[in-house]
Design a protein around this ligand. Structure first.
Ligand code: ZN
Ligand code: ZN
Length: 109
């Protein structure tokens, strides 16, 4: 069982779901893509079902291929880091339907 092997090898704090809308520790239903990233099984399926289209290079990709980049938001004492979804081909920021996806994500968890 490769899943049990993973549980023993990877500390809990490093078992963070790769899905950009989740980013939570994975306690069970762990899945791994060939590139080595870890996912909740449900999050991986959700990510695979996503379809994004880049408005810069017109490339299409799903939620497992999207690239996350950190951006600083705000000014002075009230700044925070925000994760933004970017095109894996050209790096352009991609708009997402966050509200809808979060509701869908909750239903799975
Ligand atoms: Zn997840
Ligand atoms: Zn692009």
């Amino acid at each position: 069982m490769s899943f049990r092997f993973l549980y023993q090898r990877v500390p809990v704090k490093e078992r963070i779901c790769s899905y950009y809308l989740c980013q939570k520790p994975i306690l069970r239903n762990i899945a791994q893509t060939p590139d080595g990233r870890l996912w909740h099984y449900g999050c991986l399926n959700t990510a695979k079902d996503e379809q994004h289209k880049c408005l810069e290079c017109f490339g299409t990709f799903d939620g497992t291929e999207a690239v996350l980049s950190e951006h600083e938001q705000g000014q002075g004492d009230t700044f925070s880091m925000e994760m933004k979804l970017s095109c894996p081909y050209c790096g352009a920021e991609v708009s997402k339907h966050k509200q809808f996806l979060e509701e869908e994500n909750l239903a799975i968890l």
